[in-house]
Design a protein around this ligand. Structure first.
Ligand code: 5GP
Length: 211
């Protein structure tokens, strides 16, 4: 394969709700505009400021099921009571064009994508502690108390799967987490220290705290 028909790389970024994944990915793409973000389909209602075809394709259950039954999704999963799915065609065509693409999806989707694209690079972003995660969810003022409870319970389940990911990034200080994320995308030598097996000592205390 020559440099000109080199395939793009597929990245998967997963994190519990409130860990800062969306802001980090947005900042990464500002630094590296050559990377594309995949736009998922969802059956959840748009939040204030979210636009059709930018943050998500917002569809009803019938439309989602129709696409799912036609095998249009690379993966799909239910999260926090709504359905989410990644359309296969745009991912394949982006990779074929030689462009890198990021899927911002939950851990179930991430593990399913890895089964199909074993060369995909998976990154799990965690908060420094569950207390910080709770503070962040409360601080963003987007979620009700009941919803925050559901998201914190889901976070425990999600974090229990992090050892299946290639890299773990701790979002304690935003700028540091962003530079870590960038080093994984650039495949720079610093990214070696972010490999899951190297990060174990650090994330083990988070895992222990939620057992
Ligand atoms: P939110 O509703 O807060 O935007 O997203 C809720 C969760 O769904 C997040 O963990 C997000 O990463 C995940 N998600 C978004 N799009 C997809 C998708 O296409 N597939 C899967 N499996 N999860 C998704």
């Amino acid at each position: 394969m020559t440099e000109n028909n080199k395939k793009g790389r597929l990245f998967i970024v997963t994190a519990p709700s409130g860990a800062g994944k969306t802001s980090l990915v947005k900042a990464l793409v500002e630094l590296c505009p050559e990377i594309k973000i995949s736009i998922s389909h969802t059956t959840r209602q748009p939040r204030e400021g979210e636009r059709e075809g930018i943050e998500y394709y917002f569809v009803n259950n019938e439309a989602f099921d129709y696409l799912k039954n036609k095998d249009e999704f690379l993966e799909s999963a239910e999260c926090h009571g709504a359905q989410y799915g990644t359309a296969m065609a745009p991912v394949k065509s982006t990779l074929k064009m030689g462009t890198d693409i990021i899927l911002e999806i939950d851990y179930q989707g991430a593990l399913n994508v890895k089964k199909i694209f074993s060369e995909a690079v998976s990154i799990f972003i965690i908060p420094p502690s569950m207390a910080v995660l709770k503070e962040r969810l409360e601080g963003r003022g987007q979620n009700s108390k009941a919803d925050i409870k559901v998201r914190l319970a889901a976070a425990k389940e999600e974090i229990s799967h992090l050892e299946k990911f290639d890299y773990v990034i701790i979002n304690n200080k935003f700028e540091k987490a962003l530079s870590d994320l960038k080093s994984v995308f650039k495949d720079s030598p610093e990214s070696k220290n972010l490999e899951t097996k190297k990060q174990k000592r650090i994330f083990q205390s988070l895992i222990d705290s939620i057992k």
